[in-house]
Design a protein around this ligand. Structure first.
Ligand code: PNS
Length: 189
């Protein structure tokens, strides 16, 4: 019997309840699902790739056909490397559609044998995005219903640390000593 393996690529900075909802749905229709975190050196993420990996691993510990991995380069190349036949992506609203369609068609151009499968998360998550979660958390709003408890806790820790080192205007509290003090001259005897 043919087994279908899919990858679910994304930034997951941080993973949200919407991502988890999609992972759960994906795990029901695919034999194997790999959640693949993009290692993007150009972005300035809130969480390191390792932190995101750990959060996703805890969140998905209950699914025995879901695993977490990281990748760089083209998504289609990664999919081929892990011998996946499909790319899973979520569509929350019409506004997602144009970008997702463009990406799916480009991926098909690059790798015609690979299918993109779109799934919709539960309607209650249709407004939810990692960017908004980061913004709400950074401005001190509650994120408890938007992300799993573990992610909410990690967000609080991150933001506490950030606040410790910056003032209300976002300026560094601690002045970094960048210049080397000149050596005191020896007194002439
Ligand atoms: O969670 P995101 O940020 O919407 O995920 C976007 C992602 C990682 C799926 C997309 O940026 C991607 O596939 N990047 C890898 C590089 C690549 O394959 N680019 C061509 C896509 S058509």
């Amino acid at each position: 019997m043919k087994r279908v393996k899919a990858i679910y690529p994304g930034s997951f900075d941080p993973p949200t309840n919407g991502h988890l909802d999609l992972i759960e749905r994906g795990s029901k229709i695919f034999d194997e699902l790999v959640v693949a975190i993009l290692r993007n050196p150009e972005k300035d993420p809130l969480f390191t790739v390792n932190e995101r990996r750990q959060m996703l691993e805890s969140m998905t510990a209950g699914f025995d056909n879901v695993s977490i991995d990281t990748f760089n380069g083209l998504t289609v190349d990664y999919a081929l490397r892990v011998e996946a036949q499909a790319i899973l992506r979520g569509i929350r609203a019409i506004s997602d559609y144009e970008y997702e369609l463009q990406m799916a068609l480009m991926n098909r151009k690059l790798q015609p044998g690979l299918e993109t499968v779109f799934m919709m998360p539960a309607a209650k998550y249709s407004y939810l995005s990692s960017r908004l979660v980061r913004e709400v958390a950074q401005l001190g709003g509650p994120v408890d219903c938007l992300v799993p408890d573990l992610v909410a806790q990690k967000l609080r820790e991150k933001i506490d640390v950030a606040n410790k080192f910056t003032d209300a205007d976002g300026n560094a509290r601690v002045e970094l000593v960048t210049e080397r003090k000149s050596k005191p001259r020896k007194k002439k005897s």
